[in-house]
Design a binder for this molecule. Structure first.
Ligand code: 5AD
Ligand code: SF4
Length: 452
């Protein structure tokens, strides 16, 4: 009988991609995915270490899994694996604190999961695999399986930026870009399996510099151009970018490549130069504003998103006011914002002038109020417009489907289930703070769709 695999994913889209690849790697061992944790023979928690909050959730989930494992003893048992960035950073501690965990594996070793499962189940011992192996894992992974019309494709991993608050350079290691040929082969195989929308992933995706067929390093703009030329690929997105690595080619790609969606997530973190310097962001607020001007000159329809941290050590009221001023000036379609959370081992955790939690709360509320207003205004500006939307999920209510607008908002529409996984022309009829409601224009029949 097929064994059942349950994966819970925390954190970023890179983890979502990694989870899908772990499922691909385990499929030949007879593991089929389940959404019911109770029926699982193996559970993987794919973890995130970026903020303290994300890490605490993992330990409380492990507590629940311990009970499930006890209940399943004698009924085939349960293999518990902890993957991702908490595993990388705190592997030993997990094994000590949660001795019922069978496998701890870092993000660079999941191609070896079958061996680890064999060791854990046959030898009955705990397995810890958190090396950064010399050969990239991508060389050892099977071709990805498509699950619907939209897919992630990891092109770059790791980060050399060392922002002073961030654990990623320690958990994901040095920057690595996959060769162009490997990326194009994966994209072509996804397109062949019916994928029409690809999101290119990397911790610092626009730092991409993979080796091209000509032996030269290709930047992200050039890579996007080559993917756009593949038959069947209608939409391309990418995330997450760093302002320092936005090249002229990438800006030109936003002007010239129609398949590249007019949306950019470009974290700025703060609008105050003193804070940006202590964050080691290697750019000023004025650099960011100039960059946005250049991007908008190339693609006037570009919607922007960003990440902000409030309450970074030493952030004064005036610094915070500069962040609000930058938000007012730039205008974002959406943004993510976080209270600064000291991460062990990062330089900022040891900085003086840590900010009181209550002050962080106040600043977060003020920033989120401003961003919320901008998001509502942006969404309202979409009412009446027509978009091609890839309807890739059923809605919460019967008869409803959901997709993403070109600008990443969720779009709800009343439409027959037969249109699931197709691109449809919709007209936006109403704006909510976090989504759009739309109506279906002339439904396009399946045989007319490039993307079915
Ligand atoms: N505290 C708060 N937010 C953080 N981020 C990264 N590290 C921290 C931290 N220590 C945020 C940044 C980053 C996003 C993914 O998470 O804004 O862009
Ligand atoms: Fe972390 Fe900075 Fe690298 Fe982003 S660019 S992953 S915030 S170190």
């Amino acid at each position: 009988m097929a064994k059942k695999l349950f994966i819970r994913t925390y954190g970023c889209q890179m983890n979502v991609y990694d989870s899908a690849r772990m499922a691909d790697v385990l499929a030949p061992l007879g593991y089929a995915a389940t959404l019911q944790v109770e029926e699982a023979d193996m559970v993987i928690l794919n973890t995130c270490h970026i903020r303290e909050h994300a890490e605490e959730k993992v330990f409380s989930e492990l507590g629940r899994l311990r009970l499930l494992k006890q209940a399943k003893a004698g009924r085939g048992g349960l293999i518990i694996a902890v993957a991702g960035c908490v595993a990388q950073a705190e592997g030993e501690e997990i094994l000590a604190r949660a001795p019922y965990v069978d496998i701890v594996l870092g993000p660079q070793t999941y191609h070896r999961l079958p061996e680890m499962v064999a060791q854990a189940s046959r030898a009955g011992r705990q397995v810890l695999e958190t090396d950064f192996p010399a050969e990239p894992k991508f060389d050892h992974l099977p071709p990805p399986r498509a699950h619907g019309p939209a897919a992630f494709l990891s092109v770059q991993e790791g980060c050399d930026k060392f922002c002073s608050f961030c654990v990623v350079p320690y958990t994901r290691g040095a920057e690595y870009s996959r060769p162009v040929a490997a990326v194009l082969a994966e994209a072509a195989s996804l397109a062949g399996a019916g994928v029409c929308e690809i999101t290119l992933l990397g911790q610092n995706v626009n730092g991409y510099h993979g080796e091209g067929p000509d032996g030269r390093g290709w930047g992200l703009g050039r890579l996007i151009g080559a993917i756009a030329d593949l038959p069947g690929i209608e939409r391309i997105r990418y995330t997450t970018s760093h302002p320092r690595d936005v090249s002229d080619d990438l800006i030109a790609a936003h002007r010239d490549i129609p398949q590249l969606m007019p949306f950019l997530h470009l974290p700025v973190q703060s609008g105050a130069d003193a804070v940006l310097a202590r964050m080691n962001r290697q750019h000023t607020a004025a650099d960011y504003r100039r960059l946005i001007d250049r991007l908008r000159a190339a693609q006037p329809d570009l919607a922007l998103s960003s990440d902000f941290i409030v309450g970074f050590p030493g952030e004064s009221d005036a610094d915070f006011a500069s962040t609000l001023a930058l938000i007012e000036d730039v205008g974002f379609a959406q943004a993510y914002s976080f209270k600064y959370s000291p991460r062990p081992g990062t330089p900022a955790a040891a900085m003086g002038e840590q900010i009181a939690e209550s002050r962080k709360d106040e600043r977060l509320a003020a920033l989120q109020e401003l961003i919320g207003r901008q998001a509502v205004a942006f969404n309202q500006g979409c009412v009446g417009r027509q978009f091609d939307v890839l309807l890739d999920r059923p809605g919460r209510h019967p008869g409803q489907l959901i997709g993403r607008s070109p600008y990443m908002q969720s779009v709800f529409v009343t439409a027959p289930e037969t249109l699931l996984n197709t691109v449809q022309r919709l007209q936006v009829v109403a704006a909510n703070p976090n989504s759009l409601a739309a109506r279906l224009l002339e439904p396009r029949l399946l045989e007319h769709l490039a993307c079915a």
